[in-house]
Design a binder for this molecule. Sequence first.
Ligand code: NAD
Length: 345
Amino acid sequence: MTDVPVSVVTGGAGFLGSHLCERLLAEGHRVVCLDNLDTGSLQNIEHVRDPRFDFVNHDVTEFIDVPGRVDYVFHLASPASPIDYLRLPLHTLKVGSYGTHNALGLAKFKRARFLLASTSEVYGDPTVHPQPETYWGNVNPIGPRGVYDEAKRYAEAMTMAYHRQQGVDTCIARIFNTYGPRMRPNDGRAIPTFLRQAMAGKPLTVFGDGSQTRSFCYVDDLVDGLVRLAFSGEHTPVNLGNPEEHSLLELAETIIRLTGSRSTIVFEALPVDDPKVRRPDIAKARRLLGWEPRVPLEEGLRRTWEWEQSWRPHSLTGLPYEKPTVETRPADAVPGEGRPGDSTT
Ligand code: NAD
């Protein structure tokens, strides 16, 4: 297997990472998945029975050692949902800084192409709409969301420094809200929360008056964008997301209709610094990568809902999702309150 390209995926047991590992295997790669199972789960990858796939339980804030050849480093490890990064603020900052430093060090040592999974959150509560990559953002560094937004902005800065000063072959994907099978029903992001509430016949919790907008990209489309970007020669950030914009209220109504639920909608106070609008300008991805999303929202929601029903029928009962016993927590994890139903990652 010496001629087979080797990809390391940090955060590979998470929602996006597990789909990316499968896609890379389908592309003919050997895949090394590094994850400390902090917010991911072995359930996401246990079906992958392939001799070219290895899982290593590793915290990327510690030095990363992968023996042998590495051609690509996909750095996805990070708490990603508001409920997670509000619960783990210090860990989120550490994984964005030490974790990114270690992943870049691995790419430099192996002369591998490096992809940073950044986020639309680098734009904060944007004053430019839709958001092109040239927009520098409007982030509150000391607000509760600052730990995630600034960790990713720092990770972008470090990635560009490794590229400019150390000559590492890097790229940066600014990922907008993505959804699909394997999102955790209690991770606080809008789509799994609304689906869980609709399935249980409970009211869907919409923050504010629900007029704030988001764009939702189906996971297969997003992963295709990540792979195209990694295989390209681009170094500066590229937005990846679905430019179709929907209000949160519209999303809740669509989910009630698609699931045939009798749920109602309740309105709650907006979380601090919740962005009012969010939509990617994907002209750069279209031009450079020939990429654009193909799965319409209703189709993606239907696929996600079907997966939820077949994979987690207990969520229909409204019982909380039980985490598998294989999951571990780092020593510095701080238990705390999240905001279920927060609208963005
Ligand atoms: P996720 O929580 O499902 O996956 C993150 C994975 O990283 C988990 O498996 C977790 O266990 C792992 N991880 C966290 N800290 C780690 C550490 N110190 N060492 C090793 N592994 C660690 O989240 P996701 O939605 O799959 O997000 C993946 C990446 O994409 C994140 O970097 C996130 O910021 C980015 N992103 C996601 C979205 C989205 O809509 N899903 C949007 C923007 C950006």
